[in-house]
Write a protein that binds this ligand. Structure first.
Ligand code: ADP
Length: 192
């Protein structure tokens, strides 16, 4: 199995690149942000719970996220691998993911981080906010809080995978296709 953690700050392009990767490698996409938004639109209890965190740009509590991912992996059946997008976002989530996947004998293959400077991130998110309908994309204070949360709580996850020798980073500024090519060449190296 090819299990890739696609990593990067909000607005780095994880969703865009995930869509291309799942097609090329026939992978399953697990985006925790998308899953929460689906729960929200379906009005589930989990969606209600997540909403108050998402609206402010804060993280949903680890155990809630971990249980949701666990369910999703259990439901996924016979697959070629998974792209994790927006997860793990804390070291506790990364440890839980290792437990889940190692238990199945299909560990994380590697993390690929998309590097994008802060000005570009803010511009991209506010631009997306004009059409995404996402409240957290439309308010600069919320966007700045998400970037702050990323630096404080999520960046240590990169160190976690560096410690396992499973980390690669690429420049996330450029055309969608050129970034995609860089990701694919990293995947080819991780897979060898
Ligand atoms: P972005 O990467 O653009 O910030 P996402 O769609 O990945 O957006 O996530 C939107 C929101 O969903 C986050 O700000 C957070 O509140 C919640 N969320 C998504 N994934 C996680 C996670 N792994 N842990 C905690 N909260 C999460």
């Amino acid at each position: 199995m090819l299990n890739i953690v696609l990593f990067g700050p909000p607005g780095a392009g994880k969703g865009t690149q995930s869509a291309k990767l799942i097609e090329k490698y026939s992978l399953t996409h697990i985006s925790t942000g998308d899953l929460f938004r689906k729960h929200l639109s379906e009005g589930t209890e989990l969606g209600q719970l997540a909403k108050k965190y998402m609206d402010e740009g804060n993280l949903v509590p680890d155990q809630v996220v971990i249980d949701m991912v666990d369910d999703k992996i259990k439901d996924s059946g016979d697959i070629k691998g998974i792209i994790f997008d927006g997860f793990p976002r804390t070291v506790a989530q990364a440890e839980a993911l290792d437990m889940l996947l190692n238990g199945k004998g299909t560990p994380v293959t590697g993390m690929i981080a998309l590097e994008v400077n802060e000005e570009e991130l803010k511009n991209r998110i506010l631009e997306r906010g004009k059409t995404s309908g996402r409240a957290d994309d439309q308010d600069i204070n919320k966007v700045e809080n998400r970037i702050k949360v990323y630096k404080n709580e999520t960046l240590p996850v990169a160190e976690y995978y560096k410690g396992q020798d499973k980390f690669a980073s690429i420049n996330g500024v450029g055309t969608i296709d050129s970034i995609f090519d860089s990701i694919c060449s990293e995947i080819n190296q991780l897979n060898n």
